[in-house]
Design a protein. Sequence first.
Length: 495
Amino acid sequence: MDEQGGKNSWNRPVAIFLAVIAAVIIIMVAISVVQNKPLHQKYKYGIVLDAGSSHTSVFIYEWPAEKENNTGMVRQKHTCNVKGKGISSYSANPQGAGASLYECMEEAKQKIPAHRHPETPVYLGATAGMRLLRMEDEKASDKVLASVAQSLKSYPFSYRGARIISGQEEGAFGWITVNYLSENLRKPTGTLGALDLGGASTQITFVPQQNIESKDNSIDFRLYGNDYHLYTHSFLCYGKDQALKISMSKILESANEASKTDPIELRDPCFHPGYNDSKTVSSFFNSPCVKEAKPANENFVHVGLGNWSQCQQSIRKIFNTGNCLYTRCSFNGVFQPSVYGDFGAFSAFFFVMDFLNLTSGTLTTTKKKLEAYCSTPWDQIVKNHPQVYKKYLSEYCFSATYILTLLEDGYNFTSDNWKDIRFIKKIGDSDAGWTLGYMLNLTNMIPAEAPDTPLMPYEGYVTFIILFLLLILFLLVLVYFYFHRSTRTAQKDII
Ligand SMILES: Nc1ncnc2c1ncn2[C@@H]1O[C@H](COP(=O)(O)OP(=O)(O)O)[C@@H](O)[C@H]1O
Ligand SMILES: [Ca+2]
C-alpha cells in the first residue's frame, strides 16, 4: 500500500501540474491565433483622373488598409473612359468639361464601398492638351480647370485638387509607376526606363549611366532607402496627334506654293494609296504647335500615296538634330544621355505597335512590315478592319512611322538595343501611365526609407505557433517521463 501510495503521491500532482500548464499554453495560443487573424481584408481606395489631350480616363486604385507602404500592394480596381474628347476641347464651353465627368464619377461611387467615400482621395491631373490651351488662352484653361474642380467637389470623395501637371512630373510619375508595378524599387536590380506617347506630348525617363548636363532634365528620388537620379524630358507638340498636324502643315505649305488647283491637293506619303478625303485647313492650323503660315484656301483634299520611306523623310523634317550645346542631344537642342537599360513603352506606343503586330521583332523586320502595311490600298485596309474607328485606322501608318523615327533618329535607339524596348499596356492588373505614380507620391505611399522588416504573414504566423505548440507538448511529455522514471527508480531503490 505504501509503495502504491508513494508512486501516486509523486505522479498525480506532477501530471495534474503538467496538464494545467499544457491547458494554459493551449488556451493562450488559441486566443493569440484568433486575435491575430485578419478579420476580413480591409481595402482603401484612391481615384485619379487622367485628363489627356484626346480624352479623360478615371482610374480607381485599391490597396489593403494595413499594407500601404509595401511595394506592389496598390492595384488598379477599375477604369472608366469619359465619353467625348479631352477637357481642353471644352475651351468654348467650360461647363461642359465638368459635366462630362458625370457618368464615370457615378460609376466610382458604385465601385467604392460607401463607408470609404469620405476618406477616398480624388486627384485630377491634366497633361499636354491643357498645357497647350494655357499657352494659347490662359483664362480659358483656368475656366476649364475650375469647371472640373467644381464637378469633382460635388462627389462624396475627398477632393485633393485639379491641376495641369508639368512634363517632368508626367515623365517621372510614369517611371515610378512602371518600377513600382515591376517591384524594382526595393531590390538592388536595375530599373525600367519609361517611354510615354500621348496625343500632344511624349516623355522619356530613365536612370542614365552618364552625367545629366542640364538641371531641367534631372529629378532625384529617394524611395525605400535607395537614391535614384533620373533623366527625364517631355517634348510638348511631339505627341502623335500634334506631330501629324505639324507634318501635314509642312506638306500643305509646300503644296500650296506649288499648286494652282482649288482646293489644294495634299499628297501625303504617310496615308494609304487610294485614301482621299476633303478636310479643312483650320482643323490643322488650330494649335500653337503649328508654326507654318496658314494657306488662304480653307479646304484641301488629303490624298494618300502610301510610301513608307518618303513618309519617314517628311517626318524627319520635324526633328531638328543640329544645334546641340551639350555633349549629346536627342533633338531640338535637348540634352539626352545615351539610352541605357530596358524600357517600357506604353500609351500610344503600345496602341499603335500592338495594332500593327509590331511589338516583337528586330528593327529591320519592323521597318519591312511597316513598309508593306503603308503601301496597302486604303479600301483593303478598311475591308480588313471594318470595326476600327476610321480616323485611327487612316493614321496607323503615320503613327508607327513617327514612332520608329522618334525612337531611332530622336532618342538614338539602334538595331542593337531595339530589343530592350518592351511595348506594354499593363503590368499585372494595372495600366502603365503616370496616374499611379502620381497618387503614390501625393498620398506618401512610397516612403523614403525602407520600412522595418514586414510582419510575418498570417499563414506563417499560424505555422510558427503550431510548431511552437508541438515543441512545448514534446517537452512536457519528456518532463512527464523523466519524473515517471525517477519515481520508479526511487521505488525500486526502496524495495
Ligand atoms: N486604340 C488606339 N489606337 C490608336 N491610338 C490610340 C488608341 N487609344 C488611344 N489612342 C491615342 O493615344 C493618345 C493618348 O494621348 P492622351 O493621353 O490623350 O494625350 P496627352 O498624354 O498628350 O495629353 C492619343 O493620340 C489617342 O488618339
Ligand atoms: Ca497621356
